[in-house]
Design a protein around this ligand. Structure first.
Ligand code: ADP
Ligand code: MG
Length: 229
């Protein structure tokens, strides 16, 4: 059973007197453990697609299945719970909460995912930050960290709840190329060593070349979908 399936998915945005067709009849199956990139130029539909997979938005047409469950059948609160417990998000602008320290940012995600034991939350958060190489920075505020370090906190925050899927929308877009490479290496390592399933997006050919599966988008269509041997 695939982890995630998109069946004949379209997404249209009404824009005044016309409609933007951001996705046109897209079909994708993502298996657990994959390391997939959505590649394509700006406006090709990458974020729209990631938002559907991450249950942040619903399609205009077609089905989004997660673990064989039709997500359209979930109530709003079930969708929220599924998102909090099963899906980790990494954004291009890091999206950390500025008044919370690194460990508090990570711990909050765990609390929202339903972990009730404060001691366990603290232990798991500390260990997630150690895994991304930030063991010595856990009490720093986001503004006291570099961009690359902030993105590592975001990765720890995404991973700490042991999600079925981590979604990263242009995770390296705001980083210099060396730091971006390090972030990609970290994601690769987590995929290889812990079988974390990643779907990320980029328009950067260097980042595309890291993926094990490349799905190319243009104007809301899938151009190619290939697994790299
Ligand atoms: P990408 O992430 O590849 O840059 P997007 O998924 O953001 O592409 O956008 C795909 C298309 O949908 C673009 O034409 C964009 O302008 C349009 N679009 C995205 N979000 C919205 C929205 N909320 N309202 C209207 N149009 C949108
Ligand atoms: Mg985008």
């Amino acid at each position: 059973m695939p982890l995630c399936q998109l069946q004949n998915v379209s997404k249209h945005y009404p824009m005044g007197d016309h409609v933007v067709k951001a996705l046109r009849n897209v079909n994708i199956e993502i298996e657990s453990g994959e390391f997939t990139v959505f590649a394509g130029p700006s406006g090709s539909g990458k974020s729209t697609l990631l938002n559907l997979v991450g249950l942040l938005d619903a399609p205009t047409d077609g089905l989004v299945l997660l673990n064989d469950t039709d997500t359209a059948q979930l109530s709003e609160s079930e969708r929220g719970d599924t998102r909090a417990a099963q899906i980790g998000f990494i954004f291009q602008s890091f999206n950390l909460i500025p008044v919370l320290s690194a460990i508090e940012n990570v711990e909050l995600a765990l609390r929202l995912s339903g972990e009730k034991d404060p001691k366990k939350r603290l232990e798991l958060s500390r260990s997630a930050l150690e895994q991304v190489g930030l063991g010595e920075y856990i009490h720093r505020l986001p503004r006291q960290l570099s961009g690359g370090q902030q993105q590592r906190v975001a990765i720890a925050r995404a991973l700490v709840k042991k999600p079925a899927l981590v979604i990263a929308d242009e995770p390296t877009a705001n980083l210099d190329s060396e730091t971006g490479n390090q972030i990609l290496e970290l994601m690769q390592r987590l995929n290889q060593e812990q079988q974390v399933t990643f779907i990320f997006s980029t328009h950067d050919p260097n980042v595309v070349s890291r993926a094990k599966r490349v799905i190319r988008l243009q104007d809301g269509n899938i151009l190619t979908d290939e697994r790299i041997p």
